[in-house]
Design a protein around this ligand. Structure first.
Ligand SMILES: [Zn+2]
Ligand SMILES: [Zn+2]
Length: 117
């Protein structure tokens, strides 16, 4: 007697939609389509890099007017700027002037706040 091979219903691990596979693929099939598989693999690559590269550190650019986040590896732990442009800019006179002006503006706004209370 030959058992009929009924397709088995499986729920896609990515999008949650139901699909059918032959019983022998039951443990292999996790995703309804290639797209879902690729999506998951793409995501897991990102996760992999997150968890397996603990030496990479997220830093914030010291350039006050940039403040962009950037990733450094163990080699660049003392990096303070996202790019050489920012580094150069931070040492420029213009940068210092801008910072000075900004502080003045901040002080004025705090004074105004105090007065308006
Ligand atoms: Zn799917
Ligand atoms: Zn920057």
């Amino acid at each position: 007697m030959c058992k009929k091979k009924e397709p088995i219903k499986i729920i896609c691990h990515n999008c949650g939609s139901e699909f059918f596979v032959l019983p022998w693929r039951k443990h292999k099939a996790k995703y309804c389509c290639r797209k879902c598989l690729n999506e998951v693999q793409g995501r897991s690559m990102v996760e992999y890099h997150k968890t397996h590269n603990p030496r990479t550190i997220k830093k914030v650019c010291k350039n006050h007017f940039c403040k962009k986040e950037f990733i450094v590896t163990s080699k660049g732990l003392d990096r303070k700027f996202c790019c050489t442009e920012c580094f150069r800019y931070s040492t420029s006179l213009e940068y210092k002037e801008r910072r000075k002006k900004e502080k003045v503006v901040k002080n004025i706004t705090t004074i105004n706040k105090i007065w308006s209370l």
